[in-house]
Ligand binder design. Structure first.
Ligand SMILES: [Mg+2]
Length: 217
């Protein structure tokens, strides 16, 4: 039997090597890209709260529907080495995998689908567009845009235990009380405050797979 029966995965800088909002911001003016990247870094380092950063970034970037479709492809182009294989093997072993992301649902869901994860396993932020596909609004009341929101979502899933939460950021570590363990993913970025409070540190999806399936141990 696998060591963990359920796994909660982050997307940005975990399943894929990019930060979605930064990727879109990079298509704007360089000053815009810099301010958004700084807001993201501050949020992930725990220097600013997520709701504070989330609204500010969206108001600057205003992602269009077409850009989220392109972002889905960019996620796939930058998929973590070994992630597709590891996800397939964990699913084959009967492990339930949910993606819990503060990223955009319209970009995360098509990416997750390519990893074999259906829409009902994807929990992300929904954005509304106007008739021309331009950004109109986002769901500011969604749990994933408030502090500790990933934990609220994780609890609502009523997953089979033991549950392992995995991610690179402080918002992923916040899931820990709703899980049995938290693994800091350092394959793209190593954030020391996150590593410091993690039960495990994994640098690759091959390592994560070994941890979850406990093979060879
Ligand atoms: Mg992340």
């Amino acid at each position: 039997m696998p060591r963990f029966l359920s796994v909660i995965l982050d997307v940005d800088s975990t399943l894929s090597g990019i930060e979605g909002i930064d990727w879109i911001a990079a298509r704007r003016d360089p000053a815009v890209a810099r301010s958004v990247a700084q807001l993201t870094a501050d949020a992930m380092a725990g220097k600013r709260t997520l709701p504070e950063v989330y609204g500010a970034r969206l108001e600057i970037v205003k992602p269009a529907a077409a850009e989220l479709r392109e972002l889905a492809r960019a996620y796939w182009d930058n998929v973590a080495p070994g992630a597709a294989t590891a996800v397939a093997r964990m699913l084959a072993a009967g492990v339930r995998i949910d993606v819990v992301s503060s990223g955009f649902h319209d970009a995360v869901a098509p990416f997750a689908a390519r990893l074999g994860l259906p829409p009902d396993r994807v929990h992300a932020v929904r954005v509304d567009f106007d008739g021309q596909g331009n950004f109109a609004s986002f769901d500011a009341s969604a749990p994933l845009v408030v502090q500790g929101g990933k934990r609220v979502v994780a609890e609502s899933l009523r997953l089979r235990r033991p549950v392992l939460a995995v991610g690179d950021g402080i918002t992923d570590a916040e899931i820990r009380p709703a899980a049995d363990a938290f693994a800091a993913f350092t394959g793209f970025v190593r954030r020391e405050p996150v590593v410091a409070i993690a039960d495990f540190t994994v640098g690759s999806f091959a390592e994560l797979e070994r941890l979850v399936l406990a093979s060879g141990e």
